[in-house]
Design a protein around this ligand. Structure first.
Ligand SMILES: Nc1nc2c(c(=O)[nH]1)N[C@H]1C(S)=C(S)[C@@H](COP(=O)(O)OP(=O)(O)OC[C@H]3O[C@@H](n4cnc5c(=O)[nH]c(N)nc54)[C@H](O)[C@@H]3O)O[C@H]1N2
Ligand SMILES: Nc1nc2c(c(=O)[nH]1)N[C@H]1C(S)=C(S)[C@@H](COP(=O)(O)OP(=O)(O)OC[C@H]3O[C@@H](n4cnc5c(=O)[nH]c(N)nc54)[C@H](O)[C@@H]3O)O[C@H]1N2
Ligand code: SF4
Ligand SMILES: [Mo]
Length: 704
């Protein structure tokens, strides 16, 4: 067959790049960036070609597996689905609905069918023990959006194409390609800021790839961003730079703010943060003076002990500077599918986890509590677990404790196409089709994009006969777990299957603000540009009273805890652990692609020459890192890119665990940083894991 070009969206990360895939109906011949795509403009990163590697990977599971006497046996779909439903049902029958736990991983969000259909399975399971990757990631953003703007997904993004001052806290879009900011071709977009005379300032304990491209980089002691931000707000008031803005009229809670920030003068926080009072004042005055400025923070500030407070102060700083909902500031999108109607507005602290009393957000408990909910006996204990597109053993804190917990379960089922560190614990694995065998529409990421845009792609390959999409697995299990008991229920089951993600998408598009249809999107395979972001508040607020609710009582309560940080900031000898991302990696699951892992090993511990010298450590020598919960041995990479007193280890590695079937990844195993991260280290307000700024001890080991 002659070769054809298929246009589709890369589903691997939040940048949603448009791809041009050349294929002959069976084989993929090449993967390139789609130059005609108005949003991604031909940009791709090295991971895009891994879509071919995943598709062709001999280790990718194509048939359900069942563990029998410790050995995996392929079984048929009906048998597998029947057995899963029967075993989950039996556990629930004996121990109640909450005895089954669910963990949803990150790739669900990049999967149209999963986004639109997982609720049916969750509904059928009726368990309150739900967890997801949200609580090792963007939970603070949802909590703030829910409280301030009235909906968990009403999250503003930096209008990077129009700002001339971009202040970045703990984000590395040059490696991650952007997060809670869908920004394909970020390199050119960042460069354009400098080219129009603007400035990019990066605050990060590591001189990251983004810092390298920025106009300025300031090292900050991990976990102290909230102090810096509090001082910036203090300085805003002190220097009379709070900007009168139309939105302040529509904001509840602005009165009396100044006094709350009194203790946090630039001088007071300088030592703890490592940033001088002079520099803090300069940051504030430059930001205030810029025509279009925006402050933005991501993983480095979300996933640390002051995750929510830091993100809240970033929001407050933008608001006080008149940068919220303004061109070149922090803006809201207007996506073609009104994503806010696909989920509820969110809710917080409606229930608490059984063992540690951690608050649920929108029906999910912090995943840091998952292991203890399995390991602690008593009423409501989790005895069976379903994971969907997740690898919590490598991706969530204290992975060794999770290994232990999963071993103890009565039953575990994983919907996943790899036999990895998590799924090896399963009794049954249900593998969905490959990403190229399904249609794609980004329900979530157009909502978070720096430009209003929309793009749909049909499946590249037809799925093999008898195989299942994730959403079909969900429905097959839901039907079995909650069989229709009357005609109406039967009708509901048939109609949701008839609806399909594609048809549902068509309905959502037609109902959306641009009244588009799937047919119209299909006619434009390069995507449709829907224009720059536009101001939309207060009318666009999701709160019924069309006001911003600052909820200062809730959020600023944490300033008290922050003051303690100010008080005991003397110990600069304490080493703090932070994470790191690399453009050729994606969380834990792209290490089975030879071309992505080849070259110098990347799972190294970066430390500063000063710390290395103190320990008598040479570059490449093995280093032992120990935390409260565990210890790993990892080669040291000595570099001035990292701040003294800080050690950086990337996550998602550690494929040496027994029973993993990822042949390439195992040859480049590395160690898992989440064998060090502590399930007790949390962001106090939200329960989000504090994976960054973790106290650790370093010691030398003899070479292995
Ligand atoms: N190549 C690649 N791309 C990815 C992913 C991937 O694994 N690999 N994962 C995707 C996912 S799921 C996400 S959520 C995004 C994340 O996207 P980003 O948040 O942009 O990615 P990170 O590299 O985690 O950036 C965090 C930065 O915070 C810094 N940091 C650590 N601790 C602190 C601190 O206490 N304060 C400050 N100010 N900075 C700190 C780190 O040095 C790092 O530079 O990336 C997505 N894209
Ligand atoms: N220390 C530290 N830990 C971190 C982070 C960090 O910065 N530092 N980052 C955190 C972040 S931001 C995130 S999002 C989490 C990610 O945490 P997880 O989502 O739990 O982990 P992933 O590594 O993304 O694993 C994804 C799994 O989904 C499977 N998969 C991929 N596509 C599909 C699909 O279409 N269908 C199905 N059914 N399965 C699929 C893969 O085989 C893999 O097993 O990790 C977090 N962990
Ligand atoms: S930047 Fe993200 S979306 Fe774009 S090609 Fe790379 S992995 Fe895919
Ligand atoms: Mo993430």
């Amino acid at each position: 067959m002659a070769s054809t070009i298929h246009h589709r969206t890369c589903n691997l990360c939040e940048a949603i790049c448009g791809l041009e895939i050349e294929h002959d109906g069976v084989q993929i011949l090449s993967i390139k960036g789609d130059k005609k795509d108005p949003f991604s403009r031909g940009h791709i990163c090295p991971k895009a070609v891994a879509l071919k590697d995943i598709h062709e990977d001999p280790d990718r599971l194509r048939q359900p597996l069942k563990k029998v006497d410790g050995h995996w046996q392929p079984i048929g779909w009906n048998e597998a689905l029947d057995e899963v439903a029967q075993r989950l049902g039996a556990v629930q029958h004996a121990h109640g609905h909450d005895s089954v736990g669910v963990y949803l991983g990150n790739p669900n969000v990049h999967n149209t069918g999963s986004m639109l259909f997982s609720r049916h399975l969750l509904h059928a399971l009726k368990t309150r023990n739900r967890f997801s990757a949200t609580s090792v990631d963007q939970l603070p953003h949802h909590l703030i959006a829910h409280k301030l703007f009235g909906h968990q997904l009403k999250i503003p993004v930096p209008d990077i194409d129009h700002c001339d001052y971009f202040l970045v806290f703990g984000a590395n879009p040059m490696a991650s390609n952007g997060s809670i900011m869908t920004v394909p071709d970020v390199r050119h977009r960042l460069k354009a800021i400098s080219e129009r005379g603007g400035k990019i300032v990066v605050i990060d304990p590591r001189r990251s790839e983004t810092a390298d491209l920025a106009s300025e980089h300031l090292f900050i002691r991990p976990g102290t961003d909230a102090l810096l931000l509090a001082a910036m707000i203090h300085e805003l008031y002190a220097s009379g730079k709070v900007e009168a803005h139309r939105l302040h009229e529509a904001t509840d809670g602005l009165d009396g703010l100044e006094a709350q920030f009194a203790p946090f003068s630039p001088e007071a926080v300088a030592q703890a943060t490592g940033i001088s009072a002079l520099e803090i004042r300069r940051l504030v005055s430059e930001f205030s003076a810029a025509k279009h400025a925006v402050a933005y923070g991501r993983m480095g500030v979300s996933v640390q002990p002051f995750g929510t407070l830091s993100q809240y102060l970033i929001m407050l700083f933008n608001l006080l500077c008149g940068r919220l909902d303004e061109t070149g500031g922090l803006m809201f999108t207007r996506p073609a599918v009104d994503t806010l109607t696909v989920t509820g507005p969110g809710n917080f602290d409606r229930s608490r986890s059984r063992v540690r009393q951690l608050p649920a957000f929108s029906g999910e408990y912090p995943v840091a509590a998952l292991a203890e909910e399995i390991l602690t006996p008593g009423e409501g204990q989790i005895r069976a677990l379903l994971t969907v597109a997740g690898n919590p053993v490598l991706s969530t804190p204290n992975g060794r404790q999770l290994d232990k917990a999963f071993d103890q379960l009565d039953f575990m089922v994983c919907i996943d196409f790899y036999l990895n560190e998590t799924t090896r614990h399963a009794d049954i694995i249900l593998p969905p089709v490959s990403p190229l065998e399904r249609e794609h529409y980004d329900v979530i990421f157009h909502l978070l994009a720096v430009r209003n845009s929309t793009r749909y792609a049909d499946a590249l390959f037809e799925k093999p006969e008898g195989s299942y999409h994730d959403w079909e697995i969900f429905l097959a299990l839901a039907d079995r777990l909650a069989p229709a008991r009357n005609l109406k229920q039967k009708f509901n089951q048939i109609s949701r299957r008839f609806l399909t993600p594609k048809r549902l998408l068509n309905v959502l598009l037609k109902r959306g603000p641009y009244k588009l249809s799937l047919k119209q999107l299909r006619a434009k395979p390069h995507g449709i540009d829907l224009g720059p972001l536009q101001p939309q508040l207060p009318a666009g607020l999701a709160h019924r009273d069309k006001r911003i609710h600052l909820h200062t009582d809730f959020f600023l309560e944490d300033l008290k805890r922050l003051q303690n940080l100010l008080a005991d900031s003397g110990d600069s000898e304490q080493m703090l652990l932070i994470g790191r991302r690399h453009v050729r990696s994606n969380n834990s699951w792209l290490h089975n692609s030879q071309r992505l892992v080849k070259g110098k090993p990347r799972c190294t511990a970066q430390i500063h020459p000063r710390d290395a010298a103190r320990m008598g450590l040479n570059d490449g020598q093995n280093l032992r890192i120990t935390s409260r919960v565990g210890s790993v041995v990892i080669p040291a990479e000595i570099t001035e890119q990292i701040m003294p007193g800080v050690v950086s280890v990337p996550h998602g590695w550690g494929h040496q665990r027994e029973g993993v079937q990822l042949r390439v990844a195992q040859e480049h195993a590395g160690v898992s940083v989440n064998d060090l991260t502590d399930e007790q280290s949390l962001d106090a307000l939200s329960g989000n894991a504090a994976l960054n700024a973790l106290p650790v001890q370093l010691s030398r080991t003899s070479d292995v």
